[in-house]
Design a protein around this ligand. Structure first.
Ligand SMILES: Cc1cc2nc3c(=O)[nH]c(=O)nc-3n(C[C@H](O)[C@H](O)[C@H](O)COP(=O)(O)O)c2cc1C
Length: 398
């Protein structure tokens, strides 16, 4: 089973790292813990060593708790490094490449996948320095498990709570399962929601944030794919190593998708594309006083997914079906067959707290060979499961 290096840094949530370690162990992973000096002010190394049955790394220059092996050996002997909680300070250290402690030095020498779960006060998390450090780490391929929002230990309410330990372990396992499986493949992902102009300043749009498409693109990149994202109005950080093509309207998206499709091996259409658009967008801004009641005349847009699926050669084609209510699953199944898709990912947009604007989703991945349901999980985990489902189809078709 994979060996996990668990880095624990100094924050109130350090005690939750005990849970993370226990869940990893229960699922069969070997776990070695390395603690920063500050982390030991919150939880003692004895807790981790007693529960893990292993020495705990605390000192770069050797200590009783960690006899006989150094940072290089720690880096070599583990398959994945997880830092949970990752303090603002440790995030900054990682971004700067500082190796002035055992955890920093080990991470510098570590060549495998790195996952971090930040936890801190909202103002620390949103500070431009922390945001820039996290963006830099993500650009280097470090996977961030977003902190949750809620009541913080210091009494503030906001973003910054350590993600749920089960979600953290799910993300670690998904990352381990997928490493390198899309090497040499080209993946095209559409993300966001199109906006159809009514006049030069107004549009008909939807609430898609682009997070699901972003998560798929990043997961595909982590698996070694060459990734192009067709981005429809997405206000999320862009990662180094991924190509982005802006496609604000359904027509732009259609044109960009047609241009990119022939070169790709996998197409995932996660964008929410307008089904209708104003028939004749006005050249000047509509004047309120002149209009009274206003009727919008909408015309249907092209069905991009069906068009691309009909042109496919070797490509694996994956669509999304954001459906409302329990009957939606049946509609999604029918949509997959009607549009000639390999897979369709159904999500029920009537369930509160998941879907369009949230970091979480709950999906059913429907294929010819069967269906897999992913219960409420982060979009990163959903993305990994979707790519897991793509893998056997890709192997069989290309
Ligand atoms: C009571 C207390 C709670 C703290 N909680 C956090 C926290 O949740 N997240 C964080 O980033 N820093 C927190 N800090 C600040 C860090 O402990 C401090 O920046 C430390 O230098 C981090 O060191 P490390 O990254 O090497 O572990 C806290 C400090 C104190 C005194």
């Amino acid at each position: 089973m994979p060996e996990i290096l668990l880095g624990v840094s100094g924050g109130i949530a350090a005690y939750k790292a005990v849970d993370v370690m226990r869940i990893l162990q229960r699922r069969g992973h070997g776990v070695t813990v390395v603690m920063t000096r500050s982390a030991q002010r919150f939880v003692g190394p004895a807790t981790f060593s007693a529960l893990s049955g292993r020495p705990v790394g605390v000192d770069l220059f050797g200590a009783e708790e960690r006899p006989g092996y150094g940072h290089l050996e720690l880096a070599r002997s583990h398959d994945l490094a997880l830092v949970a909680p990752a303090s603002a300070n440790t995030v900054a250290r990682m971004a700067a490449g500082l190796g002035d402690g055992l955890l920093g030095a080990t991470l510098l020498a570590f060549e495998g996948p790195v996952v971090i779960a930040p936890a801190m006060n909202t103002r620390m998390y949103l500070h431009p320095a922390t945001a820039a450090n996290l963006a830099l780490l993500r650009a280097r391929g470090v996977q961030e498990i977003d902190p949750a929002s809620g009541l913080l230990a210091d009494g503030d309410i906001g973003v910054g709570r350590l993600a749920d330990p089960v979600d953290i372990v799910d993300a670690v396992e998904a990352r381990l399962a997928g490493a390198g499986t899309l090497a040499g493949r080209r993946v095209l992902v559409s993300a966001g929601g199109t906006r159809e102009p009514i006049d030069p300043v107004r549009f008909v749009g939807n609430r898609s944030s682009g997070r699901m498409g972003w998560a798929i693109a990043e997961a595909a990149r982590r698996r070694g794919a060459e990734v192009t994202v067709l981005a429809s109005n997405v206000d999320l950080p862009r990662r180094a190593g991924i190509r982005y093509v802006d496609a604000p309207t359904a027509a732009d998206l259609h044109a960009a998708a047609l241009a990119e499709f022939p070169a790709c091996d996998v197409l995932v259409m996660a964008a929410a594309v307008a089904d209708f658009r104003p028939g004749a967008p006005l050249e000047g801004k509509i004047d309120k006083s002149a209009e009274g009641r206003l009727a919008l005349d909408l015309e249907p847009t092209a069905d991009i997914l069906s068009d691309l699926a009909s042109r496919r050669e070797r490509q694996v084609v994956v669509g999304f079906a954001a459906e409302h209510g329990p009957a939606g699953l049946e509609r999604a199944r029918a949509k997959r067959v009607r549009k000639g898709l390999h897979l369709i990912v159904h999500n029920d947009v009537s369930v509160e707290g998941i879907g369009f604007e949230s970091g979480e989703n709950a999906v059913t991945i429907i294929g010819e060979a069967g269906e897999e349901t992913v219960e409420r999980a982060t979009k990163d985990v959903c993305a990994e499961r979707i790519l897991d489902a793509v893998a056997p189809i890709l192997a069989a078709t290309a």
